[in-house]
Ligand binder design. Structure first.
Ligand code: B12
Ligand code: SF4
Ligand code: SF4
Length: 373
């Protein structure tokens, strides 16, 4: 029944037992101890909860792990003035579709049991989702730390149905990356260590959702990503082999959303934000974070044509985070026009953090592309 219904929904389900996953608890504790997840505030208490299904459903005996493919294609890149959004975030917020799928499957199980025996989770609950998926034989963990489902690749969301019935468990897969290190080598920030661990504080997916300033040394490494990053998955052989899959719910919400125009994004205000970005998985941090990310990407594009827009943002954006990023971007592009904009803003700026950004940017602006051309 589960197999049939999963197929009809275009997803895959496998079953794990509901025992505490002691190995994962230790791995997670080690990872948090190293500071890998510092921006998330996870600690021992989170590791304990994430490894124990009983924290979600008191009488859980099994966990049905579900992989929901989302590898949809976006329209070809149109202009050089655009940024990049990771596949997971360009559609209507994936949690909506994933929860609907989990609810559907859970309802089938409850109906067969003639009582409520399930509880669902996806992403936001303290659950070691990748590890449980591996235990269920749904996927194996790659060096990019993502779960890879055979034939579907790593562009799969994970969800779980915790169940109080003792369902027969599937066996874990016997697969690994072998000698491959493609993801480790392509990661621009050096976040992947190659031993199946990640320093998430260096991952672009984490950096683009920070609500405080992105560390200066990492900013040039963001390239044109304005939300998330897919580089380590784009080149992963099993993901490449799987190709495009998943249902149309994971298509870009509108044609331009996979590659938003950066100057338009830098000027993003409440109306467009609510209509275009709020319904997606990149909407939860607010419009200012997106404008900040657009400023960083414009700086990394080293395009002099962006100087007037960045100068406007530096002079008038209501949020210091954005003004600081605009200053940084002007410093990165550099040259006389960028220096003039920075000098003008220095006299008017009252926020200390932005004043500091302007000072640092003014120094680097002397060596920018405009000056050296
Ligand atoms: C915090 C978080 C992040 C953080 C940290 C990511 C990380 N790698 O830990 C940031 C913001 C960086 C992030 C980024 C992304 N995330 Co995220 N994230 C989460 C979240 C909320 C918690 C993850 C967590 O607990 N991390 C702590 C580490 C230590 O544990 P872990 O990731 O679960 O993985 C460990 C275990 O799997 C264990 N393990 C288990 N079995 C085995 C076997 C062996 C042999 C080994 C060595 C290890 C091992 O080792 C792993 C590494 O330590 C989960 C949802 C959830 N509740 O799980 C989503 C989740 C992991 N994210 C998801 C996605 C889609 C992404 C992105 C692809 C989005 C994007 N494109 O920008 C990127 C991928 C970046 C990357 N390379 O990991 C999906 C992953 C789906 C998948 N196929 O794996 C999840 C599961 C959400 C979901 N429900 O679909 N994410
Ligand atoms: S998502 Fe990007 S930054 Fe993060 S580990 Fe993968 S390649 Fe590195
Ligand atoms: S790119 Fe290679 S090393 Fe990285 S996860 Fe994929 S198979 Fe493993």
């Amino acid at each position: 029944m589960l197999e049939e219904r999963s197929k009809a929904l275009g997803v895959r389900a496998r079953i794990a037992d509901a025992a505490v996953d002691v190995e994962t608890r230790t791995r997670m504790r080690d990872s948090f101890e190293r500071g890998d997840l510092l921006t998330w505030g996870y600690g021992d208490a989170y590791a304990d909860a994430a490894a124990d299904p009983l924290r979600i459903l008191e009488r859980a005996r099994s966990v049905i792990c579900v992989a929901i493919p989302y590898a949809r294609l976006a329209a070809k890149r149109v202009s050089s003035g655009s940024g990049r959004v990771s596949k997971y975030a360009w559609s209507r917020d994936y949690h909506v579709r994933v929860r609907a799928i989990l609810d559907d499957l859970a309802a089938q199980i409850d109906a067969a049991a003639a009582q409520s025996v399930t509880a669902i989770a996806c992403d936001t609950a303290p659950v070691a989702e990748r590890a449980r998926a591996a235990r269920a034989g749904l996927a194996w963990i790659g060096k990019h730390t993502n779960a890879i489902a055979p034939g579907l690749g790593s562009y799969v969301f994970l969800g779980e149905i915790f169940c109080s019935l003792p369902l027969p468990a599937d066996a874990p897969l016997k697969k690994s990356c072998g000698e491959c290190r493609r993801c480790v080598e392509i990661c621009p920030t050096g976040a992947l260590r190659g031993d199946y661990t990640i320093d998430a504080t260096r991952c672009i997916a984490d950096l683009t959702q920070r609500v405080d300033a992105i560390p200066r040394a990492l900013r040039p490494l963001l390239g044109d990503w304005v939300w998330g990053c897919d580089l380590c998955q784009e080149i992963c052989p099993p993901t490449l082999r799987a190709g495009a899959c998943g249902d149309a719910a994971f298509d870009p919400l509108d044609e331009g959303l996979a590659q938003p125009d950066l100057q338009r994004m830098l000027a993003l205000r409440s109306g467009e934000y609510k209509r275009r970005y709020r319904p997606t998985a990149m909407g939860w941090r607010g419009a200012a974070v997106l404008r900040r990310n657009a400023a960083m990407a414009l700086g990394n594009a080293l395009d002099r044509a962006a100087i007037p827009a960045l100068a406007d943002a530096l002079a008038a954006d209501p949020h210091p985070l954005v003004r600081g990023a605009a200053a940084w971007a002007l410093g990165r592009i550099g040259g006389p026009a960028a220096r003039r904009a920075l000098a003008r803003a220095r006299d008017a700026e009252i926020d200390e953090t932005v004043v500091e950004e302007i000072g640092a940017a003014s120094k680097s602006a002397a060596f920018g592309v405009e000056g050296s051309s």
